[in-house]
Design a protein. Structure first.
Length: 86
């Protein structure tokens, strides 16, 4: 969003952390559309299953990159693939 010439891309952090009371799933886009892109990515058929195959129930972090046209997400992928916290 902040490049010249303008690129219609954004990124979002996704991750799962453990607290004393619960597991917390986090989504935080650099801009709002980045969060929308992360949710779009996770809701794409097969993505949640493949994520679970990599991280299981462990805490993890990843960065999702999305491209968009207006408010419509046109593509998503991992800018940083899921990594299990040690």
């Amino acid at each position: 969003m902040d490049n010249y010439p303008a690129e219609h891309t954004d990124v979002a952090y996704i991750g799962r952390i453990r607290t004393d009371e619960a597991n917390v799933f986090l989504i935080a886009g650099v801009h709002a559309i980045g969060s929308v892109g992360a949710i779009h990515h996770l809701s794409t058929p097969g993505t949640a299953e493949s994520l679970y195959a990599v991280v299981g129930e462990a805490p993890f972090s990843a960065v999702v990159r999305s491209t968009f046209d207006g408010a419509t997400i046109t593509a998503t992928d991992y800018a940083v693939p899921p990594r299990v916290h040690s």
